[in-house]
Unconditional design. Structure first.
Length: 469
């Protein structure tokens, strides 16, 4: 299925409620992040360290994954290797059927969205219950996450309250505490009755076999501690070598994602419950999911995209994301991350517009805690898309012809000067909006959303000639 963005953009731009929600959402988010980062004097050194650790880990990924598997097995857990998302889903469905499980509670996991886990569970007559408040909201609304960290960022308080009134029978209210209390009361029943909990993974330490999950609501802890089975879904790129690396990554992730010094909970999990422990799962399964990642790993240039720690900071500063929101991307991942990762996990032909959904301003690279060169990767993806397009195109291409003419003009100074004079004459005749008033499709379409400045009465070449004469 080809994923296109352009069809969704006009709808997002015309949605006044969405535009208002987006404007309000980023004011506090960016301020909190900047304040949190400013308190760390060696922030840039930490970014360099994390980037180097990620590069080292990816260069020896099979070795560290094998070490992680050995440690998990030593602690009584089980490791499942899934080459595709479908393999991971099938394992969960089969295990649920064998144990006669009909309901599972889920902690927040973008990887579960990537492999379409909820839809598959529902088809198998297994009820998934999202327990992260933002995920719970969008599950009730029948929507997809619009942000990596804040899935319901596109919704206002009133929209959420109205949704709870409609779907949960809550009495109308605008009180945030009452809204959250309603969700907490209903979700607690699911925690106490579900026999399987499914979570994502923020980091996995190869040295110790420890699975690390950060959260603020306590829902992950309950999803792990109460059900008899815990399944952790992990992209193979989430492994880090040593425990001493974890403190750096947590500092970078949390401050970049939420602007906090530390989240309310940092869950460090090591296998199933021991005989002397009062809670925890009886069985623990770590599913290591490839789903296109080794393909990216084999590309030396694109490999850095796998360094992403899913903080969402690049979304928060992206002028494109700030304008159209997350749903306009039509894919699991949004913003600069989605523009980069979606074509890599699938192909540039399946996501032809994603690499172009960027102004290439570089803000994403500036805030990325592991310094991923997102603009450079997007440029390379655009180049690959254009190369594929040229190979499939007919021998004659209007775009190719225009570019050849433009190249000829740029290589001929006298011709360039003459065309410049003609353009200024046309611009003056057309009036205030210049050449945007021309009834020529390239100009009229471009000017529909942009304002073309009037050309100056004299070119730099003409002004310079007067100065030196």
């Amino acid at each position: 299925m080809v994923v296109k963005i352009s069809a969704n953009v006009q709808s997002a731009l015309a949605d006044e409620t969405l535009q208002g929600n987006l404007r309000r959402a980023f004011v506090d988010t960016l301020h909190s992040r900047n304040e949190a980062v400013s308190e760390v004097p060696n922030w840039e050194e930490l970014r360099d360290y994390a980037r180097d650790v990620k590069a080292h880990t990816l260069s020896r990924l099979p070795e560290y994954l094998q070490s992680l598997e050995e440690k998990v097995l030593e602690q009584g857990g089980k490791v499942i290797w899934a080459e595709t998302g479908q393999e991971a889903v099938q394992f969960i469905v089969d295990l649920s059927h064998r144990r006669e499980i009909r309901e599972v509670v889920k902690g927040k996991s973008m990887l579960s969205e990537e492999i379409h886990l909820n839809e598959s569970l529902e088809r198998a007559q297994i009820k998934p219950v999202e327990t992260d408040l933002g995920e719970y909201v969008i599950q009730l609304a029948g929507e997809k996450p619009s942000h990596l960290v804040a899935p319901a960022l596109h919704k206002s308080r009133k929209q959420i309250a109205d949704l709870f009134v409609q779907e949960l029978g809550m009495a109308p209210t605008g009180d945030v505490l009452e809204i959250t209390a309603t969700a907490r009361k209903l979700l607690r029943r699911h925690f106490l009755t579900a026999r399987m909990g499914i979570t994502g993974v923020n980091f996995a330490v190869a040295e110790t076999g420890t699975i690390v999950i950060v959260e603020n609501e306590g829902n992950v802890g309950l999803s792990v501690a109460v059900p008899e089975i815990h399944i952790a879904l992990m992209g193979i790129e989430k492994v880090i070598p040593r425990s001493r690396d974890l403190a750096v990554f947590l500092k970078l992730l949390i401050r970049s994602a939420t602007g906090q010094k530390i989240t309310s909970y940092v869950n460090c999990l090591s296998g199933p419950r021991r005989s002397d422990e009062l809670d925890g799962p009886q069985e623990f399964y770590l599913i290591l999911i490839d789903n296109g990642r080794t393909k990216i790993l084999a590309d030396d240039f694109m490999r850095e995209s796998l360094s992403c720690i899913r903080c969402g900071a690049c979304l928060n500063v992206c002028p494109v994301y700030q304008t159209i929101g997350g749903h306009a991307y039509g894919s699991t991942y949004q913003g600069p991350l989605g523009a980069m990762l979606t074509p890599l996990l699938t192909s540039v032909s399946e996501a032809p517009e994603h690499a172009f959904a960027s102004s290439l301003c570089g803000a994403c690279h500036e805030v990325c805690p592991v310094k991923i060169p997102i603009p450079q990767i997007l440029l390379k993806l655009r180049e690959r898309f254009q190369s594929e397009r040229n190979q499939k195109a007919a021998s004659f291409s209007l775009e190719k012809l225009v570019m050849q003419v433009w190249a000829r003009v740029m290589c001929a100074p006298s011709l360039y000067a003459r065309l410049g004079r003609w353009a200024r004459i046309v611009d003056k005749v057309c009036g205030k909006r210049g050449m945007g008033r021309l009834p020529v499709p390239p100009f009229s379409r471009w000017m529909k959303h942009r304002d073309l400045p009037a050309l100056p009465p004299q070119s730099f070449r003409e002004l310079y000639s007067k100065e030196v004469s």
